[in-house]
Design a protein around this ligand. Structure first.
Ligand code: WTA
Length: 652
């Protein structure tokens, strides 16, 4: 093997399995022929303005028409310039106006087992009441509202209420610390904070309001705090003049407020994502383009039909919850299941219990959850009837082919297509994914770009790489759902996403395209391992490890090596076997057999768990520090469980 040119990644693991969509699925699908997709793709690429004009006119409500489809002044895009719409109107009023107000919008189940169903009409009433309450608290167009809430319907209601009056929401995942809330409140200049007394997690109550109280002492811009009573514990301190109860301020309103016509480019929300170091970035999305992208990608990828019960297991604290619990499915008039709690409470079969109980037809979850289910054992799945499912989705990380196979067989009963959706907080919605009625899937590949998405894979000089290698994944044209900036930091926006490859959006991921034009995400650019001049992708080595029956989860990183430049260190969590020297050798040899000597891990450590972000992504950067014997550097505020790091060190 020759050394890879700079910026290119060696592709070492092959995957030949192919799963065509079941004929029965294709018959009724939104996309039922490849020609249909190709025509649409071509039109979006070549007649971009006409394509998106028609899409926007048909799929959004316009209070005032737009005069220009896309104004592209790199790196700044404006979409549907001059138009006025409202995301809450598109999610609610449109369906009610069309006589579909009685349809269930949200079916919710709390962790303790309490349930609630809200029709579109009921949801609008609640959203309006909340919007009226917000106005009473002095919130208006352009004001930022921080939301730190449990996964109750009120979280979606609060988001939509902000949208209704033109306020900008900034949802902060309810597992973040007071310090993280302070950073976000101050960066955004939040005027109001919405929270709850507490939330249920694995049977315990987490006192959210206490954390918020700590944060508000250092959040000078926040004038009021609106508090939902969720758990009803009685030691909730309310600060006179600042804190008010939801039941006093929201429930008492009439619930009739009209949606505010908002400019297409008015900010809809900010969502903070952590860079690997440095302070979190407030990714800014705007109204019309984002809303359209959320709706159309939902309809295309999830093949939505009238009778579906759709369940996205993400939290609204992440972009997946924003786009595929709230704005996408509700704009499309879908019925969404929303669940408050942990997947293993009261037992490891909670998800399957929910699927059976609510006859879920579409399930959208993350590889980290799938790997946990595999680890917990098939018996939890076997207890339940999952025959209502017709489509499965995955998002958040690459899915190792063996985890894909388990999902396909065990959850999908070999009849449900899997949509492995690649996208980012910044992209607003799904960018690459199979279309379930027409795309033959390959385990581990997010397959092909959606209409409007023009990917380019480049090396460090910005030239496109050939199909045998991987390189940096960029997007060559603006699309309606793209981020419009980083809140309060224009320079960082241009620098981070647009400076390395001029004129193209830099995703920060590596990818390769195979001979069939399918894309394979190869992990973050920063995570590439350079062994003797060969640049290896983390996911390929990890997937080779996970293909061994004893391995549940694996993370590989590079550590400095005098001879090779970098050596490969693997961290592996196993099931059904004792960790011993024999298994260590067996796993190293397994990788050697699957990929080759080059990729054989030099170090292999067994560990009970891997360090992950709060949204479930493996944090390789921290493992890199451990493997290299360095102090752990950078920002660790997004780490889910700090004790995992200490344990990995002890296990050493
Ligand atoms: C990774 C989540 C491989 C990727 C929607 C991306 C994936 C980052 C996939 C964005 C996938 C997400 N296959 N990798 N299907 N989906 N990623 O902002 O590295 O939380 O850049 O958005 O997750 O994460 P974010």
């Amino acid at each position: 093997m020759t050394k890879s040119p700079s910026g290119q990644i060696d592709h070492v693991l092959t995957e030949d399995r192919l799963f065509p969509p079941p004929a029965e699925f294709t018959q009724k699908a939104v996309f039922s022929t490849t020609d249909q997709y190709q025509e649409m793709y071509k039109r979006a690429a070549e007649n971009t303005d006409d394509f998106w004009r028609e899409e926007a006119l048909e799929h959004l409500h316009w209070f005032e028409p737009f005069s220009e489809v896309c104004k592209w002044n790199p790196p700044h895009a404006e979409w549907f310039v001059g138009g006025k719409t409202n995301a809450s109107y598109n999610c609610l009023d449109r369906h009610i106006d069309a006589g579909r107000g009685d349809r269930a919008a949200i079916i919710w189940e709390g962790e303790p087992g309490d349930t609630r169903t809200l029709s579109y009409s009921e949801l609008r009433r609640e959203v309006c009441k909340c919007a009226e309450g917000l106005k009473q608290l002095g919130v208006g167009v352009g004001d930022v509202v921080s939301i730190y809430m449990p996964m109750t319907p009120e979280l979606a209601i609060a988001m939509l209420a902000c949208a209704r009056i033109g306020a900008v929401h900034s949802v902060i995942f309810a597992g973040f610390s007071a310090e993280s809330i302070v950073d976000r409140n101050n960066d955004a200049g939040a005027k109001l904070m919405i929270t709850a007394d507490g939330l249920y997690r694995r049977g315990k109550i987490l006192p959210l309001k206490k954390t918020v109280d700590e944060a508000l002492v250092k959040s000078p811009t926040v004038q009021h705090c609106l508090v939902l009573k969720r758990t009803g514990q009685d030691d909730v301190a309310m600060t006179e003049g600042r804190d008010v109860w939801w039941h006093d301020v929201v429930d008492t309103q009439a619930g009739e407020i009209a949606a505010e016509p908002m400019g297409s480019e008015a900010s809809l929300f900010i969502l903070y994502t952590s860079g690997s170091t440095g302070k979190p970035k407030g990714i800014r999305h705007t109204t019309a383009g984002y809303n359209l992208w959320a709706k159309r990608t939902f309809q295309w990828v999830f093949d939505h039909r009238e009778d579906d019960v759709y369940w996205c297991t993400a939290d609204c604290g992440w972009i997946t919850g924003h786009t595929y619990i709230v704005y996408g499915p509700l704009s499309a008039g879908a019925t969404c299941l929303m669940y408050e709690g942990a997947p293993n409470f009261p037992a490891e079969d909670r998800f399957w219990d929910l699927v059976e109980k609510y006859k879920v037809t579409i399930l959208y979850t993350a590889p980290t959850a799938i790997r946990a289910f595999i680890k917990w054992g098939d018996e939890h799945v076997d207890k339940h009837d999952l025959s209502s499912l017709r489509l499965l989705g995955s998002v958040g990380e690459g899915i190792n082919p063996e985890a894909w196979m388990w999902y396909h067989k065990k959850i999908g009963g070999e009849r449900c297509p899997i949509v492995d959706t690649w996208w980012q907080t910044e992209t607003g919605g799904i960018m690459m994914s199979p279309l379930p009625g027409i795309t033959a899937t390959k385990p581990g590949s997010c397959t092909t770009p959606l209409p409007g998405v023009v990917p380019a894979i480049v090396d460090e000089t910005g030239n496109e790489v050939d199909d045998h290698h991987g390189g940096m994944l960029c997007i060559a044209k603006p699309w309606p759902g793209m981020l419009r900036g980083i809140w309060g930091d224009e320079d960082r926006y241009a620098d981070q996403y647009w400076s390395m490859v001029p004129g193209k959006y830099l995703t920060g991921d590596n990818a390769r395209r195979d001979k069939d034009g399918y894309y394979w995400i190869m992990g973050r650019i920063d995570d590439v391992i350079n062994v003797s001049g060969h640049r290896l992708s983390t996911i390929e080595v990890e997937s080779a490890l996970v293909s061994h029956p004893a391995v549940c989860e694996a993370a590989v990183v590079g550590r400095p090596d005098e001879i090779k430049g970098q050596a490969i260190a693997a961290f592996v969590s196993i099931r059904d076997r004792e960790p011993d020297e024999a298994l260590r050798t067996e796993l190293k040899m397994h990788v050697r057999k699957q990929i080759g000597a080059l990729a054989q891990p030099d170090d292999l450590r067994f560990t009970a768990s891997l360090p992950k972000t709060r949204s479930g992504k493996i944090m390789r950067r921290l493992l890199r520090d451990i493997a290299s014997g360095n102090e752990i550097g950078g920002d660790t505020s997004t780490l889910e469980d700090y004790s995992v790091l200490a344990k990995i060190r002890d296990e050493d």
